[in-house]
Design a protein around this ligand. Structure first.
Ligand code: KG4
Ligand code: ZN
Length: 339
């Protein structure tokens, strides 16, 4: 079964064709990242306009590279939530038009479920497993009981890990996205140079909080500049990255032990982080747990992951009609219900 995936939730316009949820036949991405760099973050209006300009060409190219026409496609899977609303609407409306014109079923896909599925195209992993999802907008620990059955075990109370890395990176004067810059710079620094307090989260041992840590970095930079001191940015980047990764790994370890999972999966843009990948590997080696990480090319936003999750949603009976809307927020454990 061939699924055409379409993704436009943030600054990547992407389309892909995936067979049986696992085999990537094409994966095309156009990004407006360079334009957003000028502003130090994604400008929603610019992202939406670039999606509108690129989407037809990107979808056409994905079909050509997969050696397909719409007649070969069994369903169109599209990211409908969560994300920037204007950006999402471009993909959703394009997918609706394509579905109506070609008579191909339309399958709405949750973006974060898609990130989890980036592992289905990178390895042969199958649910059930425990997944740490870390992206620009989300930091979750989720029990993936089946391809379309999710239980949220832990989540961030404030900033997502990627968001905190991006904001801290901006304060340090690093290029957007800060998460990528911090990862690149950290090997040049001493990760023990700065000591940041471990965030205390009351109520759940699996929840995260990154905004206090981020504020510590911002205060460190501002205090130094006000007193005319220079800071070693590589030391600060490495120390902050270590603190963020320590929090992620600590809660992941506790959740896996308490819920009895020995199969661990990492997903989302921050899963490209070399420190997080290394620490997840050593955690799983220590406990003799099985670990799955997405290939680097599938860590960030792409449509192959949407087509993969779309396949599993479709075979479980999820389908939409032309009333499909886009939503800026949507819990991962909420199943799609048509109007
Ligand atoms: O999943 P994603 O592409 O978009 C969202 O769904 O949010 O994640 C983007 C986030 C950004 O915060 C970016 O800084 C972070 O992923 N990121 C990284 C790395 N690559 C991307 N953070 C740390 N290290 C990286 N190598
Ligand atoms: Zn994403």
């Amino acid at each position: 079964m061939k699924i055409l995936g379409i993704e436009s939730s943030c600054d990547e316009t992407a389309a892909a064709v995936v067979e049986d949820g696992r085999i990537v036949l094409s994966n095309v991405i156009a990004t407006s990242l360079e334009e957003h760099k000028l502003y130090g973050g994604v400008v929603p209006e610019i992202a939406s306009r670039r999606h509108a300009e690129s989407i037809s060409g990107v979808v056409k190219e994905a079909l050509v590279q997969a050696n397909c026409t719409m007649e070969d496609i069994d369903a169109v899977a599209v990211t409908y939530a969560p994300g920037l609303i204007g950006a999402l609407l471009v993909g959703v409306n394009f997918a609706k038009g394509l579905s109506l014109a070609s008579g191909t079923p339309l399958v709405p896909v949750h973006h974060i479920r898609g990130h989890i599925a980036s592992n289905y195209i990178s390895s042969n992993v199958k649910p059930p497993f425990l997944c740490l999802i870390v992206s620009g907008g989300h930091s979750h620990i989720v029990a993936v009981k089946d391809y379309t059955d999710f239980e949220i075990i832990g989540k961030t109370r404030d900033d997502a890990a990627g968001e905190a890395l991006d904001k801290a990176g901006r304060t340090m004067g690093l290029a957007y996205p800060g998460g990528v810059s911090i990862d690149k710079l950290s090997p040049e620094g001493d990760e023990n140079a700065f000591k940041f307090p471990t965030p205390k989260v009351t109520g759940s041992p699996y929840d995260f909080s990154f905004s206090g840590l981020k504020t510590c970095v911002i205060n460190t930079v501002h205090n130094a500049s006000q007193s005319g001191k220079t800071i070693n940015t590589a030391d600060l980047a490495a120390s902050f990255q270590k603190s963020v990764v320590d929090c992620l790994i600590k809660n992941l370890e506790k959740a896996a032990q308490d819920y009895g999972y020995s199969k661990i999966v990492i997903a989302g843009g921050v899963s490209a982080n070399s420190k997080l990948r290394a620490e997840a590997q050593s955690l799983c080696r220590r406990h003799k747990w099985e670990l799955h990480l997405p290939e680097l090319k599938y860590c960030g936003d792409n449509a192959a992951m949407i087509a993969s999750q779309g396949y599993y949603e479709f075979i479980s009976g999820v389908k939409s009609d032309e009333s499909l809307n886009a939503y800026a927020t949507m819990p991962i454990d909420k199943s799609y219900k048509s109007n």
